[in-house]
Design a protein around this ligand. Structure first.
Ligand code: SF4
Length: 259
């Protein structure tokens, strides 16, 4: 839990859930796993010992933070992990709705669970919802489901970018795209033209583009300049599609297996 975060696109982190399990190639060098192992914060990521833990005692923390912040929800887990109950996720959404001075940024790789329960969640205007994208395979599966979710801001975290990705056919209902290369001792590199292509697709589609880092041995090693400048566009804040009268097509779609 951090009042300040080193992540360029957020101000603070809030972890009402800890622990996770790997689900796609972007997880290979998971930051949360590295932190857990380095600081011996329990068995959350040790082989065969994954422990997904919900923390009721952390739920009200953002309500105690007086100054408005952008808050990254669950930097150490995935809120939509199948082992996190719907009831707990609803509690997290209730806190976010109460803490209206803050902006909450949620990121998931569990796009199917997100779609399945989105109709059971409140979606206040201060909640931004995103999916991770590391290659074309996951772009084609995660983004169409995110696009159905009635969040005020929908975003993509294209990090770590592992292969060239064509986002051009997916940007219609997306407000913000963040791109970054991997960092750490085993960082998998990315190429300039992959980043440039995504930036150009975003500019063409009028989608805000944020380039977080080139990556390398450390997150700051390669800097974050692309074509001579920093790209740190943020999405325009708007009223959620739900509150604007959009009928949520997901309502009632909850199935027992998705809880
Ligand atoms: S979903 Fe996120 S937190 Fe979970 S293992 Fe993958 S990278 Fe780590």
């Amino acid at each position: 839990m951090a009042l300040k975060s080193a992540i360029e696109w957020t101000d603070a982190t809030w972890n009402p859930v800890t622990g996770c399990t790997k689900i796609s190639p972007g997880c290979a060098h998971c930051y949360a796993e590295a932190i857990t192992l380095r600081f011996r914060r329990g068995p959350a990521f040790l082989p065969g010992q994954a422990v997904i833990k919900t923390h009721d005692d952390r739920l009200r923390l953002p309500l105690s933070w007086k100054d408005p912040r952008r808050i990254f929800v669950n930097s150490m887990s995935d809120l939509f992990h199948e082992e996190v109950s719907l009831e707990f996720i609803q509690k997290v959404f209730q806190v976010m709705e109460q803490a209206e001075r803050h902006t909450f940024q949620i990121l998931t790789k569990r796009h199917e669970r997100l779609e399945a329960i989105a109709g059971e969640l409140a979606w206040p205007d201060n909640v931004w919802m995103g999916v991770s994208v590391e290659n074309q395979y996951w772009a084609d599966r995660r983004i169409p489901l995110l696009a159905k979710v009635p969040a005020a801001v929908r975003f993509l975290s294209v990090e770590p970018l592992l292969k060239p990705v064509d986002l051009s056919r997916h940007l219609e209902n997306i407000d913000w795209v963040v791109v970054g290369g991997e960092s750490g001792p085993k960082a998998r590199g990315l190429q300039e033209e992959w980043v440039r292509k995504i930036r150009d697709d975003c500019l063409q589609a009028d989608v805000s583009f944020f380039f977080k880092q080139w990556g390398g041995r450390t997150s700051k090693a390669g800097g974050r300049t692309l074509d001579g400048r920093i790209w740190d566009q943020m999405p325009a804040v708007k009223t959620s599609t739900k509150k604007a009268g959009w009928d949520n097509p997901l309502r009632g779609s909850l199935s027992a297996s998705s809880r």
